[in-house]
Design a protein around this ligand. Structure first.
Ligand code: C2E
Ligand code: MG
Ligand code: MG
Length: 603
């Protein structure tokens, strides 16, 4: 006995025949098999009923007046819902040509009259089962193909599709002898935002970004970007636009057949503006800016790999140059990347060959004028290039991981200098050591610092670690524990370059920190209203949180005057002293700046 799907869902069969008796007989046979029958008396009616009733199978007589069964079969096949429906054709002629005609018209099965009524029901059941099996297979295949080519979160094409899109569009540009552009889009600080709003809102945020990208680049709009009518005339084709999500917070846009750089710029600007609008996510309205790197075909690369690499390089430059902007790739960027690679090798030699040195810069107490602390700053005496600024090599060391070894070296040196000062009987000052984000993220940081305290003989209360705002605000929840453990050693913690990152006030309150270090960029901006406002805000914040504040990069009397007027606790900058050799530290510790401070404050 055949068990059929009709136990779950009664199959509906459309029976088309101009002979009423045949229809009736067929109905009886099929209803006996628990199927539902709908009827049509000719081709036109068949199509009507087909659309209205959405049957699971069509039983179709060929010889009918008006529209023949073959014609009706073809029409049904042309309809979207008729593509995969089983159609059984019944005809009186069993010659080869008629059978071929039937299959060509789209029939699934072919029966010749006279019909064996006793077998009809079973035949139809078999056809339905085969069709169900086929359809479910096809659905699975569609799903697999979808998963292979689309990102399930945003429904955008994925990395694999992107690679194919890019190759296809480059070939097309090559054929049309036109330009194309690859835009690499990366969201700024996404990880941090994701951590702070929670991952499910983070997902919604990515979906929203994908939506905005799609809206902004819809085909009709895309044509408007190239609104310059001459551009259309030159290329003679419409620009094609393809969007993809490569994973995480990385998206790509490929524009093909673009005539002018200004057109690409327009697109980049629109993406920038649209993505930077606040996103509303239940009680959060984060602003997420993108950094965009752009590489052009053919000038920046003729093959996908080169183009991708160069767009990526340009994207990193956009990040390095302040984020929330777009940058076109240029040769110099590559030169810079090569330069970095060279620096990485040279830095390795530098650590081995003792080319690194430490300097110390004093920090002055604004009420007593005493030098109360010394910040250790690394220097690189390059054999050919002379002094290389840490601003140049620390970021390289950070990105290559060499910063860990470099940090070890710094601690070793500081330790040595502490012993030297100890022999001179100098002990009443704090020593500040910079800890880079990567160092901070090392699992064994706590042990390292404990080891350093033991080696140097420095009383824990005399050590202050300077951590950057971004290092501690990333994964803030985890870092609270980490900072507490460090504090447990008895040392002080300062937040360096404060105000340049993205601090969450609620975390700041919970972090066991002692000092906020106002970034020197705000001190040099003091003459502008914005600069002063930020400094006022940081000072007010520090008062509320009961933290020490230090201003770094003080160069002028008027800067000093302002900071004194606002009650800044500690002062550091060329105005007092430049970073100096460890041998000059003892002398500096004897210096008192109170007179200078009072005379400036008096003005
Ligand atoms: P930072 O920790 O914010 O250090 C302050 C920087 O400002 C130092 O630059 C210092 O020389 C400079 N500076 C001090 N007073 C003035 C002034 O009045 N005017 C101006 N224009 N600049 C002033 P430096 O020594 O070039 O260091 C730059 C950055 O490199 C440091 O910024 C720090 O982030 C990093 N760095 C330096 N030494 C180390 C180190 O040993 N370890 C780590 N991880 N990073 C270091
Ligand atoms: Mg510092
Ligand atoms: Mg700083």
């Amino acid at each position: 006995m055949l068990t059929t799907d009709s136990t779950f869902h009664q199959a509906k069969i459309l029976v088309v025949d101009d002979d009423q008796n045949v229809r009736m007989l067929t109905r009886q046979c099929l209803e006996a098999e628990n199927m539902v029958v709908v009827e049509a008396a000719n081709g036109f009616e068949a199509i009507d009923v087909f659309v209205k009733e959405r049957p699971d199978l069509v039983f179709l007589d060929v010889e009918m007046p008006g529209m023949t069964g073959l014609e009706a079969c073809m029409r049904i096949r042309d309809m979207p819902q008729g593509e995969s429906i089983p159609i059984m054709i019944v005809t009186g002629s069993d010659d080869r040509a008629s059978i071929d005609q039937g299959f060509e018209a789209g029939a699934t099965q072919y029966k010749t009259k006279p019909v064996n009524w006793s077998l009809l029901g079973r035949d139809v059941q078999y056809m339905l089962r085969a069709s169900n099996a086929f359809n479910s297979l096809k659905r699975q295949e569609d799903r697999l193909r979808y998963l292979a080519y689309y990102d399930p979160l945003t429904s955008l094409p994925n990395r694999r599709s992107f690679n194919e899109q890019l190759s296809r569009l480059l070939k097309r540009s090559q054929r049309h002898k036109t330009s194309a552009a690859l835009l690499f889009i990366d969201l700024d600080h996404f990880k941090r935002i994701n951590d702070s709003i929670g991952h499910s809102r983070g997902d919604s945020l990515l979906v929203e970004i994908a939506k905005r990208l799609t809206m902004e680049l819809r085909e009709e709009d895309a044509i408007n970007y190239f609104s310059d009518s001459s551009a259309q005339e030159i290329t003679g084709t419409d620009g094609a636009t393809e969007i993809a999500r490569l994973g995480g917070d990385e998206f790509t846009v490929v524009l093909s057949d673009v005539a002018y750089v200004t057109d690409i710029e327009k697109v980049a600007r629109r993406i920038l503006d649209s993505l930077s609008e606040p996103i509303s996510l239940q009680s959060h309205n984060p602003v997420v800016t993108p950094s965009i790197g752009i590489a052009l075909y053919p000038q920046d690369g003729r093959d996908p790999d080169t183009l991708i690499r160069n767009a990526d390089t340009a994207m990193y430059v956009a990040k390095a140059e302040g984020r929330a902007c777009y940058r076109f790739y240029n040769e110099e960027m590559n030169a810079r990347a090569v330069e970095q690679l060279k620096m990485e090798e040279e830095l390795r030699d530098a650590m081995r060959d003792d080319q690194l040195e430490l300097r110390y810069q004093p920090q002055v107490d604004s009420t007593t004028g005493e030098v109360v602390s010394m910040e250790a700053l690394v220097r690189w005496k390059h054999p050919k290039r002379g002094m290389v600024s840490p601003q140049e090599f620390i970021p390289v060391a950070e990105s290559t991981g060499q910063i860990v070894e470099l940090g070890e070296w710094v601690m070793g040196e500081v330790s040595r200098h502490c012993h030297y000062w100890e022999t001179l009987g100098l002990g009443g000052f704090r020593v500040c050591v910079n800890i880079s984000p990567l160092q901070f993220n090392q699992n064994n940081l706590h042990e390292r610092i404990a080891g350093f305290l033991a080696d140097s003989g420095l009383a824990p209360g005399r050590l202050e670690l300077e951590l950057t705002e971004s290092a501690i605000m990333n994964d803030a929840e985890i870092n609270i524990e980490k900072l507490r453990a460090l504090k447990g050693l008895g040392l002080d913690l300062a937040v360096d370059d404060f105000g340049t990152g993205y601090s969450s006030l609620s975390y700041l309150k919970r972090f066991p920190i002692d000092t906020l270090k106002i970034d020197h960029s705000f001190i040099s901006d003091l003459e502008t209203p914005d600069g002063a406002a930020i400094i006022d805000a940081i000072l007010a914040l520090a008062k509320t949180l009961n933290l020490r504040v230090i201003a770094e990069g003080i160069e002028t009397e008027s800067q000093l005057c302002y900071l004194l007027g606002r009650g800044c606790d500690l002062l550091q900058g060329f105005y007092f002293a430049r970073p100096m050799y460890p041998e000059d530290v003892p002398n500096m510790l004897q210096t008192n700046f109170l007179e200078q401070i009072q005379s400036v404050a008096g003005h």
